[in-house]
Design a protein around this ligand. Structure first.
Ligand SMILES: NC(=O)C1=CN([C@@H]2O[C@H](COP(=O)(O)OP(=O)(O)OC[C@H]3O[C@@H](n4cnc5c(N)ncnc54)[C@H](O)[C@@H]3O)[C@@H](O)[C@H]2O)[C@@H](O)CC1
Ligand SMILES: [K+]
Length: 514
């Protein structure tokens, strides 16, 4: 699913009105009706008081449509106009008149704190104060209203976006954003829903298809692509019936140091489970017995050093190399990295201590083969590209870094983001249970195993992150968050594949429920 900017959504809005020959009022009626249907289906006529707070723009207009439809269906509705400016939009005014005609009275006009209504914890709040047209931070009594709503325990349903949140620019005042329990967003989710500083205001969301012009949506380059099951199904490369182990490549994992051989074991196992034909693992001498015992399928090559990697020499041409997991920061290891980057001109998967070594020896950056994949967690990323001001600044910095060096960068997090030049892919699988030691080693193994099977680096990254997260979700289903260990993610890669192949999902039904 594509994620568009607010500017692009306004254009889509315009294109829809023109090409479908409808009025913008009709489009608003469509949008409001979708919200009404969602509520009606769940409430089934329940007499719970519904407080609808409408701003003076089109988001407020949506709120007025919902209010009118609910009233017409006999619901217990109180509609307020948050009268923060006299620049009311055309469609707000049209619907302001319509609701008056339907109810024979005007909605309650709010002008200051004195107008804040009493709301019970069991009531429902609909937030239609600001949508994607927010152009400055809410201040004064409007900010106080948002805080007042947040203090209340009533269920808060946000229309399009929680008020106070910018859809694709940095958060300015986290005290002035509606903390929504659920958001019903039009046509496409907004970028703010997935970034660490703003995602918590959204918690759950559904995407409502309001029938914006398909041609525009298909032909417009989005801000980002959301990756869930339908996309992953398209990326999957089916196995060849006549394939043999050579068809699926020979992956090389370079990992481990004294006390961290487990990292090599996890990456190797993950590379096998994801489908690499053969996996060789290069470790310091101390890892030999451990590897051979724990993964008999793997071939093991050892360094001349006992406890760390100093010189990576292998007697075959690997189809992919995953490097860095648990290798430490010994000087000799840095030299070994330097030398292998120069010797092997294939895309690498570069993780953990390899990233830290690169951060401390920036000259290594120039030696990394093009289209290699970097998999930093936030700390490693900071060491690599420096501090950032906010989530958007971070994305811009990573885009620049990725473009300059020709690398795929995977920003690991609750919603892992894959960056390749200007392109962003946001993964939707995964859960907090995966915040556990070794899950990154598993991811590196997964991506290396996919590269070795012939997935190109970007596809291996996007597909690998999705399937790794899906395996984590399946592990969560079996054991809850706390008990999940990295090995459980690897053990469930098989289930994740089966789940992927089970049945196609219809794209429009995919939603953002987390
Ligand atoms: N673009 C689309 O595709 C569609 C948009 N619709 C709705 O329209 C919304 C966008 O409507 P608008 O562009 O009218 O914008 P909004 O309704 O989000 O609000 C903008 C209005 O509030 C004012 N404002 C912004 N920030 C303020 C602040 N901090 N304090 C006080 N006033 C502030 C603006 O000056 C403007 O008058 C969407 O979020 C959605 O709910 C839907 O009706 C259907 C289609
Ligand atoms: K809103």
């Amino acid at each position: 699913m594509k994620i568009f900017s607010s500017e692009q959504l306004y254009e889509a809005d315009k294109a829809t009105v023109e090409r479908q020959e409808i009025t913008s009022e009709a489009l608003m009626e469509r949008a409001g009706t979708q919200i009404f249907n969602w509520l009606h289906q769940r409430m089934q006529g329940a007499p719970v008081p519904i407080h609808i707070f409408c701003g003076i723009g089109d988001n407020g207009g949506d709120g007025l449509v919902v209010g009118r439809l609910l009233i017409e269906h006999g619901y217990n509705v109180i509609v307020y106009v948050v009268n923060c400016s006299d620049k009311r939009s055309k469609n707000f005014l049209l619907n302001y008149g319509k609701i008056k005609n339907a109810t024979k009275k005007w909605p309650i006009l709010m002008k200051s704190e004195a107008d804040f209504p009493e709301i019970n914890n069991e009531d429902i709040i609909v937030d239609a104060i600001f949508g994607i047209g927010l152009n400055r931070c809410p201040v004064g009594w409007v900010k106080k209203l948002i805080q007042y709503l947040n203090e209340n325990k009533a269920f808060k349903l946000a229309i399009d976006i929680p008020s106070g949140l910018f859809s694709n620019s940095p958060l300015e005042d986290k005290e002035a954003v509606v903390n929504a329990n659920h958001t019903l967003t039009f046509q496409t989710p907004k970028l703010a829903f997935f970034l660490p500083e703003t995602a918590s205001f959204v918690s759950n969301f559904d995407v409502l298809d309001i029938g914006l012009d398909l041609e525009f949506l298909q032909n417009t380059e989005p801000l980002a692509q959301l990756i869930s099951k339908p996309e992953a199904q398209r990326f999957y490369k089916p196995r060849d019936k006549f394939g043999h182990k050579g068809t699926y490549g020979h992956a090389l994992i370079v990992a481990g140091s004294y006390g961290k051989i487990g990292a090599a074991v996890l990456s190797t196992a993950a590379a096998f489970r994801i489908g690499a034909g053969m996996v060789s693992t290069f470790v310091p001498k101390c890892g030999y017995n451990i590897l051979q015992t724990s993964i008999p399928e793997a071939m093991v090559i050892t360094d001349k050093e006992e406890a760390f990697i100093s010189d990576i020499t292998v007697d075959f041409e690997p189809s992919a190399i995953g490097i860095g997991m648990g290798i430490g920061k010994n000087k000799a290891t840095v030299e070994a990295l330097k030398s292998i980057f120069q010797k092997k001109n294939i895309p690498f998967v570069i993780d953990a201590d390899a990233l830290n070594n690169i951060s401390e020896n920036k000259e290594l950056l120039k030696l990394i083969p093009k289209n290699s994949v970097l998999t930093p967690h936030p700390g490693e990323l900071k060491r690599l590209i420096g501090e950032w001001k906010d989530d958007y600044d971070k994305l811009e910095k990573v885009k620049k870094f990725s473009g300059k060096h020709g690398l795929v960068v995977i920003i690991k997090g609750a919603y892992t983001i894959i960056v390749y030049g200007d392109k962003l892919y946001i993964n939707t699988s995964g859960n907090p249970g995966m915040a556990t030691a070794g899950s990154g080693d598993a991811l590196s193994g997964v991506i290396t195993g996919l590269l070795s099977q012939g997935y190109d680096p970007l596809l291996a990254s996007v597909f690998g992150v999705y399937i790794h997260g899906r395996a984590g979700d399946i592990a969560f289903g079996q054991m809850g968050y706390e008990a999940v260990m990295a090995g459980d993610i690897i053990d469930n890669l098989a289930e994740a594949y089966l789940d992927l192949l089970e049945q196609p999902e219809i794209e429009n039904e995919s939603n953002g429920e987390q």
